[in-house]
Design a protein around this ligand. Structure first.
Ligand SMILES: NC(=O)c1ccc[n+]([C@@H]2O[C@H](COP(=O)([O-])OP(=O)(O)OC[C@H]3O[C@@H](n4cnc5c(N)ncnc54)[C@H](O)[C@@H]3O)[C@@H](O)[C@H]2O)c1
Length: 313
């Protein structure tokens, strides 16, 4: 298949592009390198540097039935930035997906796959883990813009018959995640530990998240590419892990007994989050396979070898 991967120079998108290429698909990456890096893009993949909101560029790129599938991973994904500058967040995450969708319809794309988010779309959860029927009550502009993207997918499915796949990710971690942003606690800790630096935990460290290793996320994308038509599913483990436990696993992988330092809690930070993989298992046969300790050890080791590909800010 001919597949456009937006955000393919970033953490998740680059792993997906790599695997699609290995499977013999023709892959083109569209990325503006705002947080991604050109060295993340696998060799053999055509790279177009550009902004997903650029009407002319995207329209020309997608003209003439050039792509069967769009796998949309480009985004403004910094929750704090979305709070500080909701207009910028909406420009990238709402106008960006809208531009891609309009050009997809015009260019004859059959299937559109979208990396949405579980934690931010469900907001403070009423039950744990959240299934796909859980109310969506985002409490950040980022969660709102991702949910708006889901709404546009629904619209284009109903109006134009576009096949749509919405993947609500938990907290994804693994090699190549950027350790210099606000998000990505595993990458931030791994980078610090790889430099023999002390890690700071915000608050008591008992806030929980649902962590899924990148390899499992790539598998979810492949299964949905081949087997799903119109579906919204969680890509999560259903398991809550607190930050202190996460640190212990990483410290063990790093062979250090340096204790973490505790800083002030982040204002407004969600206390708990986990999303159920049950529906993904029933509909696609997917569930996460890489155990947390193993995934964390692999991630830490990537930060002291070339595969992290993120050695400086
Ligand atoms: N990492 C997670 O835990 C997680 C969780 C939930 C959802 N997601 C979603 O998965 C997707 C990928 O996340 P990631 O962790 O790989 O982040 P990332 O920052 O590594 O990747 C995002 C990529 O998009 C590119 N990009 C940003 N704005 C762009 C624009 N206007 N035009 C073109 N390219 C642009 C960046 O340069 C980067 O390469 C995002 O949509 C994010 O919202 C990630």
């Amino acid at each position: 298949m001919r597949i456009l991967v937006t955000g393919g120079a970033g953490f998740i998108g680059s792993h997906i592009a790599e695997r699609l290429l290995e499977l013999g698909h023709h892959v083109v990456v569209l990325d503006d390198l705002s947080t991604g890096r050109e060295e993340n893009i696998p060799g053999g993949v055509e790279f177009v540097k550009g902004d997903i909101t650029d009407r002319q560029l995207v329209s020309e790129l997608m003209d003439d039935g050039r792509f069967d599938v769009v796998n949309h991973h480009a985004a403004q994904m910094d929750v704090r930035r979305s709070v500080e500058d909701p207009t910028f967040d909406a420009r990238v995450n709402i106008l960006g997906i809208l531009n891609l969708l309009q050009c997809s319809i015009k260019g004859g794309v059959k299937k559109f796959m979208f990396a949405s988010t579980g934690g931010a779309v469900y907001g403070e959860q009423a039950r744990y883990p959240a299934d796909e029927d859980h109310p969506t009550r985002p409490v950040s502009p980022y969660g709102i813009s991702k949910l708006a993207g889901e709404g546009y997918l629904f619209y284009y499915r109903i109006q134009c018959g576009l096949q749509t796949v919405i993947m609500r990710y938990a907290n994804i971690y693994g090699p190549r995640q950027n350790p210099f942003g606000e998000a990505g606690v595993v990458a931030i800790f791994s980078h610090k530990l790889a430099q023999d630096e002390q890690v700071t935990i915000h608050g008591d460290g008992l806030q929980t998240r649902d962590y899924v290793y990148i390899e499992d996320v790539v598998t979810a994308n492949l299964l949905a590419l081949d087997n799903a038509d119109s579906i919204t599913f969680n890509v999560g483990s259903g398991i809550e892990t607190d930050v202190v436990t996460l640190y212990k696993h990483l410290a063990k992988a790093a062979g250090t007994d340096l204790p973490p330092r505790h800083g002030p809690p982040k204002p407004g930070e969600q206390r708990r989050s986990s999303i159920s993989p049950q529906f993904a298992y029933e509909s696609l046969g997917w569930r996460p396979k890489v155990p947390l300790a193993e995934g964390l050890a692999r991630t830490f080791h990537s930060f002291i070898t070339a595969d992290g590909r993120q050695t400086s800010g």
